[in-house]
Design a protein around this ligand. Structure first.
Ligand SMILES: Cc1cc2nc3c(=O)[nH]c(=O)nc-3n(C[C@H](O)[C@H](O)[C@H](O)COP(=O)(O)O)c2cc1C
Length: 260
């Protein structure tokens, strides 16, 4: 799928075929997409543990449910639990930046050298960063970038997906992540039972309320010509509510034995 159509076609899918397994190679491709995401100081905070839903004991799956994700995690055959590895910066101590220097990616033109990484960047910037109150948020931002690439890759491969919250201590008792991994969200993956439209593109706040030019309060101008171009490229698609969605939800409820 073309890039603009792909980001326009992605929806949070909440109805999966619970019995249709997902090919392992498709999961691998999701993870490969995460791995090549842009990441601050080349640190790679995102960690993931893939769990097949049916490998989670029934009683534990029940305990993992909360009111906003219970049905999604029950239906999705694959859960990818995402974490931020908060210990990575002080473990690798600039070595992933040195890799960029050694590979001639960052160069002396911009002030980079292994000496600069070892004597300035790690001790004076990266180490103090890990001690700042903003550090978990910075790491989580980085992980979100990587997870988003994986999310889009799921749709590129004909799968459906939805990020949800997860109950870290319950799944952690099974998956045993290191203590310094900060739990983020889980990506639920499977074959969608929803139509491609899945009720339409979801409501968004007005563009002008979200983005500014020059200073806060001065909305970034939304050019209608650009909007039309994005409709043509299928990045902007028909918004929810779409006709037929109620019938679709009724059909899905009956098919999956869920309350209507
Ligand atoms: C980090 C994150 C966490 C989310 N958690 C949940 C969740 O727990 N349950 C749920 O039903 N949807 C969850 N969602 C999906 C959002 O509700 C959804 O992205 C939003 O309504 C916009 O719809 P769209 O993804 O179809 O464009 C989450 C999305 C993100 C990005």
């Amino acid at each position: 799928m073309e890039f603009q159509e792909l980001i326009g076609t992605r929806r949070s899918i909440r109805f999966f075929d619970p019995k249709r397994p997902v090919e392992q190679e498709k999961i691998q491709k999701i993870l490969e997409a995460c791995l090549i995401a842009s990441c601050a100081v080349n640190a790679h905070w995102l960690r993931a543990i893939v769990v097949k839903r049916d490998d989670i004991p029934k009683a534990e799956l029940e305990k993992l449910k909360n009111p906003v994700q219970a049905v999604v995690i029950e239906l999705a055959p694959v859960h990818i639990y995402f974490y931020a590895d908060l210990g990575v910066v002080n473990r690798v101590k600039g070595s992933r930046l040195r890799q960029l220097v050694d590979a001639n990616i960052v160069a002396s033109t911009h002030g980079w050298s292994t000496k600069f990484v070892d004597e300035v960047v790690y001790p004076m910037i990266l180490k103090p960063m890990t001690e700042s109150p903003q550090y978990p948020a910075m790491a989580a931002f980085d992980c979100g970038i990587a997870a988003c690439q994986g999310l889009l890759m799921a749709f590129e491969q004909g799968l459906g997906a939805c990020l949800t919250a997860f109950t870290a201590p319950i799944i952690g008792a099974i998956t045993k992540p290191p203590a310094d991994w900060f739990p983020l969200y889980q990506l639920n993956v499977g074959y969608s039972l929803e139509s491609r439209e899945a009720g339409g593109q979801r409501p968004r706040p007005p563009f002008e309320e979200q983005y500014f030019l020059g200073k806060y309060g001065n909305p970034f101008p939304r050019d209608p010509k650009v909007v039309e171009e994005l409709k043509k490229s299928k990045m902007l698609q028909a918004p929810a509510p779409q006709p037929g969605r109620k019938e679709e939800l009724r059909r899905l409820a009956r098919q999956l034995n869920l309350p209507e």
